[in-house]
Design a protein around this ligand. Sequence first.
Ligand code: NAD
Length: 319
Amino acid sequence: MTTPTVKLSSGYDMPLVGFGLWKVNNDTCASQVYEAIKAGYRLFDGACDYGNEVECGQGVARAIKEGIVKREELFIVSKLWNSFHDGEQVEPICRKQLADWGVDYFDLYIVHFPISLKYVDPSVRYPPSWQNAEGKIELGKASIQETWTAMESVVDKKLARSIGVSNFNTQLLMDLLRYARIRPATLQIEHHPYLTQTRLVDYAQKEGLALTAYSSFGPLSFLELNLKDAHGTPPLFEHDVVKGIAEKHARTPAQVLLRWATQRNIAVIPKSNSPTRLAQNLQVNDFNLESAEIEAISALDKGLRFNDPVAYGLGIPIF
Ligand code: NAD
């Protein structure tokens, strides 16, 4: 079974379903990536901030060594962390991340947040998280234009095939598109029935950016972080609308939530540790929801965002 792809403005094809690597534990990460490749996953969504890129690379290396997959069949995504937005820091950190993965190019390299934080030397702390070397939140001085110009040179040097952004709003995209020599190929955003961000999705798709949804299951991922809003919101898997549609199609609520996105050409990157769910999440493109069903799920929108630096107590009000 091959996963459908979406064509990026860079000319490359991105799988519509991938494996998200946030909160994948270091001790199991290499085997999870390896098992996911065996199960048919080709896109891996990593990041400096996830602190597991070395282990991700080990999983990839094992699968390649055993002949299960070739490097060019994989679509490896990584992200530029906020502490490395200064123009001169982008290429060195991208090279370090490539070395951690043990590959010589990323298929897609994304600006993780539109937030520049003060540089932290990797020898002091890596990944740096949100704090400076003294443990305090300190904004950096790089503009998005400075960072983006450095991202473009990462493509020129063939360290990344495509570049993109994450957690950007419409206004930031409008600005970026005015000066981008290489347009962002993708926009990765929080997207689930409680946060549909329709205007942003429509604008980005109209401008030719491919969309990737993160946290497709809404509050579920944030229960682990003990976020108050996640505990106070009805789980999407148990919502009558989602459950009813799942029963009708003889699918799981998880599959319906993923299909709700992929049927509108929005890629998904769910994370799971369980082999059954891994397989289930990949098998979401062989059935179609009716347009009334898509609308009924979209109508659950309540503008409820979970992945918000303010909710984490970081005091950076970007949303
Ligand atoms: P997710 O929505 O994928 O949910 C993960 C949770 O759902 C886990 O608890 C998992 O056990 C459970 N789950 C997975 N499949 C299931 C199934 N079939 N049935 C029942 N439960 C299932 O959450 P996420 O990890 O927040 O998002 C996915 C990925 O998106 C991340 O791993 C990361 O790669 C990316 N992400 C990016 C950003 C960003 O700022 N760009 C932010 C958050 C996440």
